[in-house]
Structures are given as structure tokens and as C-alpha cells.
Design a binder for this molecule. Structure first.
Ligand SMILES: NC(=O)c1ccc[n+]([C@@H]2O[C@H](COP(=O)([O-])OP(=O)(O)OC[C@H]3O[C@@H](n4cnc5c(N)ncnc54)[C@H](O)[C@@H]3O)[C@@H](O)[C@H]2O)c1
Length: 322
């Protein structure tokens, strides 16, 4: 049996995925360049549990410069999560990082995976490929941000390499939250805006925008099922959504309740590139992967807050800046 390879293993979702695979008894090789886009110290912290496991090793290199052919072997499963995420940073000159770390890096992963005879690639795509069509039952690929365009291009690359015989599963994650969430994401910023200090949450619009928030444990379960189940090749993508679409205003109320403090807010105009509403269509994912998101938003946010507090106190009260 081959090993599991996780690109982006030191990131938010990749580090949880790695730990779950290790818990299942897999041998895991992580690849991560510790991109300083956000503080690499938090990435070191993300993989500290995995590093204590002798079945884990990490290659601290860029997917684009590493000789992937020397890492990938026949029968391996590659979970490809390394990317430059984040919608707002993909505007203007930020798009070059999306092109490099998303499109070019993904093409290299698919190419090497094909040549090495890996068993399957599980690719972390995003609800951002849908743009405003994310509310519809029959969604279309119509991104409204450069980041969404980069993920849509990766999905097209997947079609190209699938036609050459590579087994690729596409996972479209919907707004993932939970312990270790990236510092640019809303929930982390919300918790931060309740702590003593001056940081204020930039509220874009009136808080009525809705997201299908998805707890990281549910994302990890769906991804591992896609990587490990004995399935015939599947080209249709899997929506991976938490089960309920909630408004940002609702999340803000839960955060205030959990913390027992009021948020400091700065009112800002709605951001371009962020759809007003996202709703996942998970019937296909549920039936094929025998999966369903099980974490309720309040419960997931409580776990997120516990780990946020722990991280801040173990960091002498310092919060990772973005
Ligand atoms: N977090 C979400 O809500 C969400 C939603 C949809 C899709 N996704 C996708 O899931 C994946 C993981 O997202 P995340 O939130 O954990 O992000 P993250 O930034 O925490 O993790 C990505 C990791 O990849 C590494 N990386 C980036 N470029 C690399 C390169 N060229 N070579 C090697 N390593 C590289 C980074 O150092 C980082 O540790 C990404 O592909 C992202 O686009 C995330």
C-alpha cells in the first residue's frame, strides 16, 4: 500500500488532515514551503503534534521547485491543498501569487502524479468557483474573483489530466472554520475583536451576507473518504458544506455570547469578489462518499474559540498579525 502525501501540510486544513491520516495508521509525507503570507510560526505550531509521530515527515520546500517525482510513488494518494487562498488578496498584483501557487503548482502536482502512477489525487477546490451562482441547485462555474478564477483553472487542469488517466477527486470546500483557522478569515478576526486591545473587525456591509460555514473536522472526513474509498473514477466535483447557511450577523451574535464581550467593529462597504450568499449542494457528496457534516455551528465555534484562547495564551497574549 502506498503512503499519503499532503501538500500544504502545515496550513490550517492540511495540518488537521495530516493528523487524522496519522491517527488512522497511515504513513504521511507533508510538503509545505511555510509561505510567509501569514506568520510561519503558526504553521510550525500547526504541525507540532504530527512531528511527534514517527510515521510523519515534512519536506519544507515549494511544490514548484521540489522534484515531486522523487517524492511521489506508485500507489500513493496525494492530497493537494497547497495554495494561496484568500479572495481579497488575489486582486491587483496579488493574482501572480494565485497563478503561481494555485495554477502552476497544481499543474506540476498533476503532471508528476500521472508520471509516478499515484493512485489518486484529492484536490482542494473552493466554493469560490461558483461566484454568485453558489445559491442555485444547478450551479455554474462563474467566479467573481481572481482567486476563484485560479481554482476554476485548476479544475480544468484536472479534466485534462483525468483524460490522460489520472484519478482526481475535486473537493469544493465552503468557508472552513475551526481551530488553527487562517488569521485572515472572519471567525479568527471576530474572536480577535473581542479581546482587550484596539483591533476592530472590518464589517463589510450590514452582516446579512450568508455563508455555508463548514467545520474543519467535517472537511477532513470528506477529503479522506474521497482519497480512500474504492470508487470508480469520478469526474463530478464534491460540494463540501456544513449543512446550514448562516449570516455573518448570526455568527457575530454567537461569538459575543461565547466570549461574553462585545465586538469592536469598523463599518466598511461590501467587498468586491465575495458573493452575497453561498449554499452547498451536498446530496451527491453524501450519497457517493456516505458523508454528512455533523458539526453544528455553535458547537464548532465553541471549539474554535477554546483553541483560539489557548493559542493566544501560549503565545504570551500575542495574536498572529496578518
Ligand atoms: N479555508 C477555507 O475556508 C477554504 C475554502 C475553500 C478552499 N480552500 C482551499 O483549501 C486549501 C487549504 O486552505 P487553508 O485555509 O488551510 O490555507 P493555508 O494557507 O492555511 O494552507 C495552505 C498551505 O500551503 C502552503 N503553500 C502555499 N503555497 C505553496 C507552495 N507553492 N508549495 C508548498 N507549500 C505551499 C502554505 O505555506 C500553507 O501552509 C487551499 O487549497 C485553499 O484554497 C480553503
Amino acid at each position: 500500500m502506498g503512503k499519503s502525501i499532503v501538500t500544504g501540510a502545515a496550513g490550517f486544513i492540511g495540518s488537521h488532515l495530516t493528523e487524522r491520516l496519522l491517527d488512522m495508521g497511515e504513513t504521511v509525507v507533508g510538503i509545505d514551503n511555510f509561505d510567509p503570507w501569514y506568520d510561519p510560526k503558526s504553521k510550525e505550531s500547526n504541525i507540532r503534534f504530527a512531528l511527534a509521530n514517527p510515521d510523519f515527515s515534512i519536506i519544507k520546500e515549494d511544490v514548484l521547485s521540489l522534484d515531486l517525482g522523487k517524492v511521489f510513488n506508485e500507489g500513493d494518494v496525494v492530497y493537494h491543498l497547497a495554495a494561496r487562498p484568500g479572495v481579497q488578496d488575489s486582486w491587483n498584483t496579488g493574482f501572480s501569487a494565485s497563478v503561481e501557487n494555485n495554477i502552476l503548482a497544481t499543474q506540476q502536482v498533476f503532471e508528476s502524479a500521472l508520471i509516478s502512477g499515484v493512485r489518486r489525487v484529492v484536490f482542494a477546490s473552493s466554493s469560490s468557483v461558483y461566484g454568485e451562482s453558489a445559491t442555485e441547485d444547478t450551479k455554474s462555474i462563474s467566479p467573481i474573483s481572481p482567486y476563484g478564477v485560479s481554482k476554476a483553472a485548476c479544475e480544468q487542469l484536472a479534466d485534462v489530466y483525468r483524460a490522460r488517466g489520472l484519478d482526481i477527486m475535486i473537493m469544493r470546500y465552503f468557508t472552513v472554520y475551526g481551530p488553527r483557522q487562517r488569521p485572515d478569515m472572519a471567525m479568527n478576526r471576530l474572536f480577535r475583536a473581542t479581546l482587550p486591545g484596539t483591533y476592530r473587525f472590518p464589517l463589510r456591509g450590514n452582516g446579512s451576507q450568508r455563508r455555508e460555514f463548514t467545520f474543519m473536522k467535517d472537511v477532513v472526513t470528506a477529503s479522506i473518504k474521497a482519497g480512500s474509498l474504492d470508487l470508480q473514477e469520478i469526474s463530478a466535483p464534491f460540494d463540501v458544506g456544513g449543512g446550514v447557511s448562516a449570516s455573518l450577523g448570526e455568527v457575530m451574535s454567537i461569538v459575543e455570547e461565547l466570549v461574553g464581550a462585545q465586538l469592536r467593529i469598523d463599518q466598511e462597504p461590501l467587498a468586491v469578489g465575495d458573493p452575497l450568499i453561498t449554499v452547498a449542494s451536498t446530496d451527491f457528496t453524501e450519497s457517493v462518499l456516505d458523508w454528512k457534516a455533523t458539526t453544528d455551528l455553535r458547537e464548532g465555534l465553541a471549539q474554535h474559540y477554546d483553541s483560539f484562547k489557548e493559542r493566544v495564551s501560549s503565545n504570551s497574549g500575542e495574536i498572529v498579525e496578518f
